[in-house]
Design a protein. Structure first.
Length: 210
């Protein structure tokens, strides 16, 4: 089997083991799940951190794409806020053990795999910032507010989502509503920015006269 399909099979095996055994799943268990020896696993990923990096790329690229698509949905503003929140919570709910692996540092290693989600969160903050800048009229302070809100919303949803996933105090729908209510004050009051006009297509050139 060529390298890339084999690598995907190994990542699928790692996903299954981590979902079953939690963030401390061993390379031995992952190799056994994949039906290979541990040296073959190391040959593909180098070490455990290399495997975590590959899993991070797989899951964060999907989460980023989903959040980006949710931000672009042609919905009323409140509906779009709830849709983005629900998209993020649904993403972490789908694979809670993988999420924990990517967000919670391992004991004694605060700079290890548990910080792997940080780059993706910065990208999510940037996506929210751009959406606010492009869609909401916040006056002269638009750039400052959009940047502050993009980062603040991302941090809030990260912390709240982490707590919700760990304790499950309510349904995902109720959690989305609670977070949207918190965000809604200034967003509700601001006007929409006008949508840039789409340039009219250039007319076809007139046919040459005979």
């Amino acid at each position: 089997m060529s390298r890339e399909p084999r690598r995907e099979q190994l990542l699928n095996a790692a996903d299954r083991v981590i979902q079953r055994n939690g963030p401390t799943a061993s390379m031995n268990a992952i190799a056994a799940e994949a039906g290979i020896t541990k040296p073959i696993l190391y040959r593909h990923f180098g070490d455990r951190n290399g495997l975590i990096t590959a899993l991070t790329e797989r899951h964060t690229s999907g989460l980023l794409a989903a959040v980006r698509a949710a931000l672009a949905e042609p919905l009323e503003r409140r509906d779009r806020v709830e849709h983005v929140l629900d998209t993020y919570l649904a993403g972490i709910e789908a694979r809670p053990q993988v999420y924990r692996l990517l967000t919670h540092p391992e004991p004694g290693d605060p700079s290890g795999p548990g910080t792997a989600l940080a780059p993706a969160l910065r990208q999510i903050a940037a996506e929210i910032t751009r959406a606010v800048q492009n869609q909401v009229d916040l006056g002269a302070d638009r750039e400052l507010l959009a940047e502050a809100w993009g980062r603040g919303i991302t941090g809030m949803v990260l912390a709240a989502g982490d707590w919700w996933l760990e304790t499950r105090p309510c349904s995902r729908t109720r959690m989305v509503q609670a977070l949207a209510d918190l965000l809604w004050g200034r967003l509700a009051a601001a006007a929409d920015l006008p949508t840039p006009a789409t340039p009219a297509p250039a007319p076809d050139p007139a046919p040459d006269a005979d």
